[in-house]
Design a binder for this molecule. Structure first.
Ligand SMILES: C[S@@+](CC[C@H](N)C(=O)[O-])C[C@H]1O[C@@H](n2cnc3c(N)ncnc32)[C@H](O)[C@@H]1O
Length: 394
């Protein structure tokens, strides 16, 4: 049953059993993201904070036999395949509890395997008994509709996001953050960053995404923030309402901008040092492959914020204009030079005795998003910013 839709229909929520609702949908989708029941709620225990808590998520996640799991997964995966465009792709999450059943069903239905992503959580709960290794990973199968599908992967963007190195199928980032739970809690909420990466990997702006087990609508929030349309189904009114609150929250453009920025961040995000310099000085820096900044708290100095160790690029600009991006020769590496050493290299530093010096490759890096540096209050202050601020997303 249609529960809610935005005026422009870019966010549609259906309340009901996905098995009944999927066959009623007439639209076709560019991407499907499914975070189905893992069927792991069987009275087990885990540690959260310092407390021993139950792993039970709800009746919908109760343990089932292999036959029951196969029957369930086959049914919704079959309905989803009919709703997928010929070149569309599906992503299905799981752990060992359900993922082998999902794999069997995808195979039987004629989907084509593309990857199995291992999402390694950086903050897994400790083992209670010490009789097994910590459970720290979830798996996400990525599949195309059929062998003849010509699926889309924005490989270049993924490489860019990964700091110029090809992205592998092991993704490391933490579980959902507190900032993502401001509207309420879902027991198995996925982090927005996961959806951010997946959506950017295989869809274009304006594409439509289906989530047959929408929960708190993480997929829908990420989709809309990235200019994609969303249809979500969930059988729980409480979860649908939570999703709706999250969607209404991003109607506020300031919150939307903040969420988009936070969603793009990862703890291992590649960072860029953004440094203002006069035009002639910039030309000389580029010629020598050296960027220098005053250390300390004055005009033109370096504001050292967390992330320095992940520094891989230098962006030079003059009052927010004429930007040039270069890769550091060594990640997170800097030297302290005296004024005299800089003079030996042909520079004429005037304002301090010591400088922070970074060496970069002279080969300029292309970036597609014009950085908005002028509007920032401290144009003259060097800042460390994530690489995603400067590379286009499409
Ligand atoms: C693992 S959670 C999804 C969480 C979601 N990815 C998020 O970030 O919030 C699975 C969801 O599927 C819903 N669900 C389970 N079986 C369902 C069914 N047969 N039809 C519709 N929804 C179902 C549950 O209510 C639950 O919210």
């Amino acid at each position: 049953m249609l529960y809610y839709q935005t005026d422009n229909k870019d966010f549609i929520l259906i309340h009901g059993d996905t098995m009944q609702e999927l066959p009623r949908i007439s639209e076709r989708f560019d991407m499907i993201f499914a975070d189905p029941p893992y069927f792991l709620s069987g009275g087990g225990k885990t540690i959260r904070g310092n407390r021993v808590v139950s792993v039970d998520k709800g009746d919908w996640d109760a343990v089932r036999t292999d036959e029951e799991k196969d029957e369930f997964n086959y049914k919704w995966l079959s309905a989803c395949r009919s709703l997928l465009k010929d070149n569309g792709t599906i992503w299905v999450c799981g752990t060992f509890h359900n993922i082998y059943s999902v794999e069997r069903c995808l195979n039987k239905l004629g989907y084509k395997f593309l990857n199995v992503i291992t999402w390694q959580k950086e903050d897994p709960p400790p083992s209670l008994t010490g009789t097994r290794f910590n459970f720290s990973a979830e798996f996400i199968i990525w599949a195309a509709k059929s062998n003849s599908s010509k699926h889309y992967l924005n490989f270049d963007l993924m490489t860019k996001i990964n700091g110029g190195k090809q992205m592998s199928d092991v993704w490391k980032f933490p579980s959902v953050g507190i900032w993502e739970k401001r509207c309420g809690k879902h027991p198995t909420q996925k982090p927005l960053h996961l959806l951010y990466r997946i959506i950017l990997a295989c869809t274009h702006e304006g594409d439509t995404i289906l989530d047959p087990f929408a929960g708190s609508c993480t997929t829908g929030i990420a989709a809309n923030l990235l200019g994609r349309k969303f249809v979500g189904i969930d059988q729980s009114k409480d979860f649908i309402d939570l999703g709706l609150r999250r969607r209404k929250e991003i109607d506020n453009p300031q919150i939307a901008e903040k969420m988009l920025r936070k969603m793009a961040e990862t703890p291992d995000e590649i960072m860029v040092i953004v440094n203002h310099c006069r035009k002639e000085l910039k030309t000389l820096m580029i010629e020598k492959g050296i960027c220098y900044l005053r250390a300390g708290d004055s005009k033109g100095s370096l504001l050292v914020t967390p992330g320095f160790e992940r520094l891989q690029y230098v962006l030079l600009h003059t009052s927010g204009e004429d930007c040039h991006l270069f890769r550091l020769k060594t990640k997170g590496h800097f030297q302290i030079w005296t004024k005299e050493t800089l003079e030996k290299y042909g520079f004429s530093p005037e304002h301090a005795s010591y400088y922070v010096v970074l060496h970069f490759d002279k080969q300029e890096i292309e970036f597609s998003k014009q950085p908005n540096l002028k509007q920032r209050i401290n144009t003259y202050r060097a800042k460390i910013r994530p690489l995603s601020d400067f590379i286009g997303l499409n």
